[in-house]
Write a protein that binds this ligand. Structure first.
Ligand SMILES: [Zn+2]
Length: 146
């Protein structure tokens, strides 16, 4: 088991270190000599990978988590590692709005916002007339999504 042990040093600053303690034995220290502040909590190394589980290897007298090459205490076991899987990115679907033309009620325009690129598109003629390439549909949709 690994523990994160903190205490105040003689300057009053918090000093933190990771210590290993035999499994099944309650963590105990002699509080004398550690100042007026001591904090102990179970410590786990954080390992970030989407697919591969962590493994441990001793190389050149040091112990590493693979495949991330994170150096750890020599006593580290797999149970001392917390595997954090990043959340897979959710594909963001385009937002589509259909609006009727004000001059011709039989005509509709399609305005699309692509969240992944942040781009807008509209097939109305106003888009070509607007100096900034933004017709009123794009401007309205912009207000909605931002
Ligand atoms: Zn438009």
């Amino acid at each position: 088991m690994l523990y994160e042990f903190s205490n105040h040093n003689k300057h009053g600053n918090i000093r933190t270190r990771i210590v290993s303690w035999p499994k099944g034995k309650a963590f105990g220290i002699n509080p004398k000599g550690f100042g007026n502040f001591i904090a102990v909590r179970v410590f786990k190394y954080e390992y970030h990978h989407e697919i591969n589980p962590p493994s441990l290897a001793n190389i050149g007298g040091k112990r590493y988590i693979l495949p991330t090459w994170q150096e750890v205490l020599p006593e580290t076991e797999l149970s001392d590692i917390k595997w954090i899987k990043p959340k897979p990115k959710v594909k963001q679907e385009p937002i589509v709005e259909i609006s009727a033309s004000s001059s011709d009620p039989n005509k509709t325009y399609k305005t699309v916002y692509y969240p992944e690129s942040g781009k807008f598109h509209c097939n109305c003629p106003g888009r070509w007339r607007a100096f900034d390439g933004k017709c009123k549909h794009i401007k309205a949709l912009e207000k909605k999504v931002k």
